[in-house]
Design a protein around this ligand. Sequence first.
Ligand code: GLC
Ligand code: GLC
Length: 631
Amino acid sequence: MLSKEQQLKAAKSYVVAALTEAGVALEDDDGLAFRTRFEAQFPQLFQLFTTLYGEHDKCLEHLANLVVLAFKSWRDRADDLKELDQRREAQPDWFQSNQMLGAFCYVDRYAGNLTGLRNHVPYFQELGITYLHLMPFFDCPKENSDGGYAVSSYRHVRSDLGTMEDLRALSKDLREAGISLVVDFVFNHTSNEHEWALKAAADDPEYSGYYWIFEDRRMPDAFERTVREVFPDDHPGAFIQMEDGRWIWSTFHSFQWDLNYSNPAVFCAMAGEMLLLANQGVDLIRMDAVAFIWKRLGTTCESLPEAHLLLRAFNCVCRMAAPSLLFKSEAIVHPDEVVSYIAPEECPISYNPLLMALGWEALATRNVELIDQAIKRRQPIDPNCAWVNYVRSHDDIGWTFADEDAAELDILGFDHRLFLNAFYTNQFEGSFARGIPFQYNPKTGDCRVCGTTAALTGVEAGDTGGIDRIILLYGIAFSAGGIPLLALGDEVGQLNDHSYREKPSRAKDQRWVGRPMRPDALYDQRHDKTTTAGKIFARMTQLIAARRAAPGLAGNAIKSFATENPHVLGYVRSGDGQDVCVLANFSDDPQEIPADQFLEMAPRMTDLITGEPFHVRTSVTLTAHQILWLT
Ligand code: GLC
Ligand code: GLC
């Protein structure tokens, strides 16, 4: 039996021989730069790969192919991207800056196509955006593609949106404007029209092995005993029947087929697609549906240990071939699971679905207990990582707080979710929210909520607190640490869009209510402060400017601040010699914080948002829904 070290050494010689055989010169400039990274990453990659695929008879061959692929991708990487790699390596904490501001939009719905989007770059810059997430724009099925999350090819842009050249041109414009491009890596599944899927459907044995396909119901039945139904409106269980009668795993829609990562060929093929994306000038990839990528019988098939190993292995490949590329995790799951993906070797950046959901929870209850508990307990992460704090995404809002956390505050998770769903879908008397229910599951009572920020905060319903609530929630996202993320169009108060109901392929997917077209008319009003759009825009830009000027808001460190008032959330952010005390009043009335709470602070403070002075020795009173950033 060879020792671990001997195995590693043997594997390395094998891989180096494969590189030589592939005509790779490790002695020229490219080769030397690659060699350094290969030396640094290989031991880790070898360990991960053999843990995942050691049993496979072609394990080493796949590993060697993977390294050859990484080298070729590095060799093909454009010079300006290699420069970027160097800059990022010299400043690995670049994304922790308080200058960071994220935003997301749909290419077609915001700007028609990729070229059209280039015209908006000056606006993005003016707003202060430094991170732009474009919803998937790759080739996908024509009728229904789950908003592009059913990718048919990463090698082609959807034809009505442009070409790969357009993508590179856009990414260059963005880079020159100081904006990082963020693109989804939908790696849990492909569309049923992907060439691999077409071959699998034609019973090609090699490609059938790319997916989870079974001849009869025995295995599907066994798996379905323990997995959750994500889109019960689309199909029950996790499997759907193929035309030839076989059964295939599809966690989401029936046209999204889950890839089988227990097959090393799938890992290598997807690593190739990932590196291709990186070389188009993508800075960050959003690891879509990351919790679902590994399956094992008898488990929930979510967040299994192997999911983490896979991410780490993908990450090693990137560090060799596209070192500046970073991963962002999309895990909208239990808070313990969310944090389990956050690590420099895994996903240094992650959505913060808990803080998002609890902001809405506090708006509905006018009580900050749960969100305060989350700030105390669930925010700390590795200082080299960052949360993405957002108010809403392009998806539904799910109440992902932990039942055990809620129980400590005598809140019953299940009942509380029922209340929140009723409240946000306007089935609770006095509610200001106009959301739409999504994926109600009668078997479990589960349901999620869709709608734009303006619709959920009361602007749509004409509630007087609507605008203040938008600023309150964004004021938290912009100050709670990490990278804040704006849903483009929210800064002018875009409303729900019900037109999806007329389109048969979308009618059953209520998430479209929160994905309106760029609200041109509202944008035209944005400099007119007599309009709702103008009022929201003025206050949003005020928040953004205040954030950019506040070094204390950089990084992630956050400390709860006791306000002694159940309606007012408090926390302190510190950085670069500045402490910022954030106070947020979730009630519909003015609220006071007693002077005693401020004894450790300077007697005179200023609200960074409005510049208003506060003499805290005589207590602080916040108006309804007011947020203060005191320093
Ligand atoms: C992610 C996306 C969502 C999509 C799903 C399946 O959760 O955000 O829009 O439906 O993945 O790809
Ligand atoms: C995500 C989540 C699920 C969410 C869905 C898309 O990955 O796990 O709760 O609703 O995909 O909206």
